[in-house]
Write a protein that binds this ligand. Structure first.
Ligand code: PEP
Ligand code: MN
Length: 636
């Protein structure tokens, strides 16, 4: 049952409710949600829920209708985020795990680990105990394999996951690894599940060869009832009559599971298909289906692999796959987790962990629910404090004064073009630098009071860009409605909510509807679905290194001005050309106080970030002024 507590419950009352349930024989878990705090009580005890409902501090009690309780969405509305070392899985992240089917040797695992990390994998996989169909096939290196996997994980800064096949290995393995993997063949090995659950460590739970979704969630329930709440589900293909692939990948399981459970779910396209060429398309299908990541087999020499060579990708294929996944992520409202978001990485004895950054405040322009808030969520962890600012200038000031450590500001929209405010503010804030970028897909919705219908709408409020981007919808579906420009998309939703008037609507993103408790009357109403906004993460110089610490720097933005004489601009830009630097974007802006003089802004790609300062040195010789406004990892 779920015991929903009253907002004003005292700690003493809460403890009393907990002990009451525990004494009756329930396992009790407290879940603090965005709206409510609830106690989940599970066990074999039968009890009249009215007895609990009458306890002081209890608001209501809801029985859980599903056979799985702790794993159910009924128990916990918010997505669970599972932490594996410094990597977090779930929410709007996409996590790529990769490595060989089995650890074969020191050289093999080191070579593969280096390659997959370089391409963007953040968790290393590799079997040490292999449950093979034939007793005569390679069974894995055992504990020696775990040692090698740990070495490779430490060398390339990746948490590691590997399969456990026997309850008696659990304790020994816990000393080496960051996440247990329960294989498909062992999904219903209940003794194994209980032993692994007891460790409290993260577990990757593969779906059984012919398990229903309910059986799979019941296996997760075993793990959770035994003591871990860190479970990641993994769809890896099921047995069907089809012989063309090793198994049949059940992509539809992803959205089904997400509806039924709060646990993150990823996919394994390698074991699902058994065929190398099918791995990339099925990985993309998994991400498109909403998976929180993929686990992919990669081998430096698949022909010589001791197991699963035919389904292992070559490192170059894996590299392309990660790029494709990264490109797909914003379309489904996610971002690829290439490096941990919450900056503040602590290293000790080889293991790397996220160091919580207490009171990390991030500023953005707009009100709560704005697209910029979404961009903050994509760049930082869920628990950062938000500082909504009225203007771009005040977001910059917040960073400058130290009120916020970072700000996330838009730089460009694929339909509307450059956001010049951001460039102009970067130019006048020498203490601020660009440390990262994030890409958001802009999806507009018609948002109204909960009881409004299309026939009620007389006026539509939104930011001029929002209105312009939905012109087709407005003219076709609301031709008689008055169109009212507003300072902000989410601000328009806030305004409609305040008036309580069902004849007015706002155009904004989904987070604004959720935040203000409003209804999405029509979704995806933008004329062009390819509508993306790119944001910069900015910081004061002294906070820049910590954000960049794990990032693979691949882009830079530079501002410069040149003498007013023939060829001066081309001379300056030639420095980029002569040093093999690819320019991505060129802008010019008037310099305040110097009529008819311009500051140029260049965004460029860096193939070798270490050489960039030297190139900028040469640039300085050809320009009047030149400043690097920031270097960062590309979001594309
Ligand atoms: C594996 O991941 O190596 C493996 C054996 O997977 P599964 O249990 O899904 O077959
Ligand atoms: Mn395998």
């Amino acid at each position: 049952m779920i015991v929903i507590l009253k907002q004003g419950i005292t700690p003493v009352e809460k403890d009393k409710v907990k002990s009451f349930l525990q004494e009756k024989g329930f396992i009790v878990k407290e879940i603090v949600g965005q709206q409510d705090t609830v106690l989940g009580a599970v066990g074999t005890v039968q009890m009249d829920i009215r007895t609990v409902e009458l306890l002081p501090g209890v608001s209501s009690v809801v029985p859980i209708s599903k056979p799985y309780k702790l794993a159910s969405r009924e128990m916990k509305k918010e997505d669970t985020i599972v932490s594996v070392g410094k990597v977090r899985i779930g929410g709007n992240r996409v996590v790529v795990m990769a490595g060989p089917c089995a650890v074969e040797s020191y050289d093999q695992i080191m070579t593969i680990a280096e390659a997959v990390r370089e391409s963007g994998a953040v968790i290393l996989r590799g079997g040490a105990f292999k449950p093979r169909t034939s007793p005569y096939s390679f069974q894995g290196l055992g504990e020696e394999g775990l040692k090698l996997l740990r070495k490779a994980g430490d060398a390339f800064d990746m948490p590691i996951t590997t399969e456990v096949v026997s309850p008696r290995d659990v304790e020994m393995m816990a000393g080496y690894i960051d996440m247990f993997q329960i294989g498909a063949r062992n999904m219903q090995n209940f003794e194994l599940l209980k032993e692994v659950g007891k460790t409290g460590m993260p577990v990757l739970l593969k779906r059984g060869l012919s398990a229903t979704i309910e059986e799979w969630l019941m296996a997760a329930e075993y793990l959770m009832a035994s003591g871990t709440d860190q479970v990641v589900l993994c769809e890896r293909g099921i047995r069907t009559y089809e012989k063309a692939t090793r198994n049949t990948l059940d992509c539809s399981a992803i959205p089904v599971v997400q509806k039924l459970s709060h646990l993150p779910v990823i996919g394994d396209p390698s074991h699902a298909t058994g065929i190398r060429d099918m791995v990339a398309p099925m990985s993309l299908a998994l991400i498109a289906s909403g998976a929180s990541g993929v686990i992919v087999e990669v081998h430096n020499c698949p022909e010589c692999a001791l197991s699963d060579g035919p389904q292992s990708l070559y490192p170059s294929q894996f590299d392309k796959l990660v790029r494709d996944i990264q490109a797909l992520c914003p379309v489904v409202g996610k971002s690829l987790e290439k490096v941990p978001r919450n900056i503040g990485v602590k290293r000790s004895e080889g293991k790397t962990e996220i160091e919580a950054q207490p009171d990390l405040t991030v500023a953005f322009q707009g009100v709560r629910g704005a697209f910029s808030e979404l961009a903050v969520r994509r760049s930082f962890d869920e628990d950062v404090s938000l500082l909504p600012c009225h203007t771009f200038a005040s977001a910059f000031d917040a960073v400058s004064s130290g009120k916020a450590k970072y700000a996330v500001v838009p730089i460009e929209n694929t339909l509307g073009g450059t956001i010049y405010d951001t460039l102009d503010l970067l130019a006048i804030h020498p203490e601020i630098t660009v440390v990262g970028e994030t890409l958001i897909r802009v999806v507009h919705n018609l948002i109204t009071m909960p009881d409004a219908q299309m026939s009620d709408i007389r006026k539509v409020y939104s930011h001029p860009q929002g209105l312009a981007q939905c012109r087709k919808f407005l003219s076709e579906e609301l031709p008689d409605a008055e169109i009212v420009p507003f300072f902000d998309t989410a601000g328009a939703v806030e305004y409609v909510a305040k008036t309580g008037d069902k004849s007015i609507a706002a155009i904004a993103g989904e987070p604004a509807a959720t935040f203000y408790g409003m209804k999405i009357l029509r979704e995806n109403i933008e004329t062009d679905a390819s509508n993306f906004t790119r944001f910069y993460v900015i910081a004061r110089e002294e906070n820049a290194a910590i954000y960049r610490s794990e990032a693979r720097i691949s882009k830079a933005i530079v501002s410069f001005s040149v003498a007013d004489e023939p060829g001066s601009l081309i001379e300056a830009l030639s420095v980029f050309k002569d040093n093999g630097i690819n320019m991505i974007k060129l802008e010019s802006r008037p310099i305040p106080g110097k009529p008819w003089e311009y500051l140029m802004f260049v965004e460029c790609q860096l193939s070798d970030a270490d050489k960039f300062p030297e190139i900028i040195g040469k640039m300085k010789e050809k320009t009047v002024s030149c400043r690097v406004l920031g270097t960062y990892a590309s979001a594309r």
